[in-house]
Design a protein around this ligand. Structure first.
Ligand code: ADP
Ligand code: MG
Length: 342
């Protein structure tokens, strides 16, 4: 067989395999785009677990009519332009791949009105030929992205979708994690026209704890202590449940780095190690931890879904987390009361 360049659609579909695993991954990419666009309000509507419809509306910066087609093209991004930028990513997205990938495996409509444009415009892309059609539309400032019939043209992947209930659970869990990452954003989530989640912006700690109670249970926040610690270049804050937690609290284990939710071995190890000292075997800590550092200190370009990160000074980060949690747990009366002395 001779070597040939893949047609755009096929190339995008292959890339989509990495980014778009299921409806929840589409929601993740789209909500992250809304956050990157500076939205303060994001409304999400899902039908049939996302297989039928995913609609995300934001009040962010929007995209100009002239740039709509580009926004849907592969490797098209407004977030980085130089290799240097990759060294210090401040946005959630940067690969310029999500919209192209999603539109190659679904029917995608992108409707947008930036502040400096009088009318809204809509771009329609249907997996078939990757042609983008542009037409006038009605929309307030911001963007709505609608994704219909996910995987309609890749039947093998469509068959891999789980039940409506399971797919929606993944979306719900994702929205919880995002709602915990950005208290300044108002978020709503509907499934089959019913409101499932609705959070107002929560600027004060009291309002934040109310949001946490709604997401993680009243029980978690009742038993949790808030902590905050800052070194010159590293800040860590959050809540840990300061009492031996029964099983259900084990689900409250969230960790964010610069607003990005991550599952990181190094961070997990630091947390586990500290808790192993305080909690008897078979009990599980609950925590929500926010780490903020200079974006130069952490490489997020490790995996397409960006769950993993790489710290340049791993040991330093590890020790900082350990010492902060140690101090917090040491100072919290409940742990000392209920911890058997060694
Ligand atoms: P990336 O997020 O990696 O840049 P995407 O394919 O997700 O790539 O998006 C491509 C571009 O489209 C973004 O860089 C951004 O300029 C624009 N865009 C996408 N979604 C939105 C949105 N909700 N509001 C404003 N601009 C958006
Ligand atoms: Mg993106």
């Amino acid at each position: 067989m001779s070597i040939q360049i893949l047609p755009a659609r096929l190339a995008n579909q292959i890339a989509a395999g990495e980014v778009v695993e299921r409806p929840a991954s589409v929601v993740k990419e789209l909500v992250e785009n809304s956050l990157d666009a500076g939205a303060t309000r994001i409304d999400i509507e899902i039908e049939q677990g996302g297989a039928k419809c995913i609609r995300i509306k934001d009040n962010g910066s929007g995209v100009n009519k002239e740039q709509l087609t580009l926004a849907l093209s592969r490797h098209a991004t407004s977030k980085i332009s130089h290799l240097d930028d990759l060294e210090a990513i401040v946005s959630l997205g940067f690969r310029g791949e999500a919209l192209a990938s999603v539109s190659s495996v679904a029917r995608l409509t992108f409707t947008s009105k930036p502040a400096d444009q009088d009318e809204a415009w809509q771009a329609i892309a249907e997996g078939r030929d990757m042609q983008v059609h542009i037409q006038p539309a009605a929309h307030p400032q911001g963007t709505t992205v609608e994704v219909l019939d996910l995987f309609f043209n890749t039947p093998a992947r469509r068959r891999f979708l789980k039940t409506e209930k399971t797919e929606f659970q993944h979306i719900d869990e994702l929205i919880k994690r995002i709602a915990l990452s950005r208290f300044d954003i108002a978020i709503s989530l509907k499934h089959n026209n019913k409101i499932v989640r609705q959070y107002r912006a929560a600027p004060t700690q009291q309002q934040q704890e109310k949001r946490i109670a709604a997401i993680c249970s009243e029980q978690f926040i009742q038993n949790a202590v808030f902590f905050e610690h800052q070194d010159q270049a590293l800040k860590i804050s959050g809540w840990v449940s300061d009492r031996l937690s029964p099983r259900p609290l084990a689900d409250v284990q969230y960790c964010y780095i610069n607003g990005r939710m991550i599952r990181d071995k190094l961070v997990n190890h630091a947390i586990k190690q500290v808790f192993a000292y305080y909690l008897p075997q078979g009990t599980f800590p609950g925590y929500i931890i926010y780490i903020e550092c200079d974006p130069k200190e952490v490489d997020v370009n490790v995996h397409p879904a960006k769950h993993e990160v790489r710290f340049h000074q791993a040991r330093w980060v590890h020790d900082f987390i350990s010492s902060t949690l140690n101090t917090t747990l040491n100072d919290s009366s409940l742990v000392t009361e209920s911890t058997p002395q060694a």
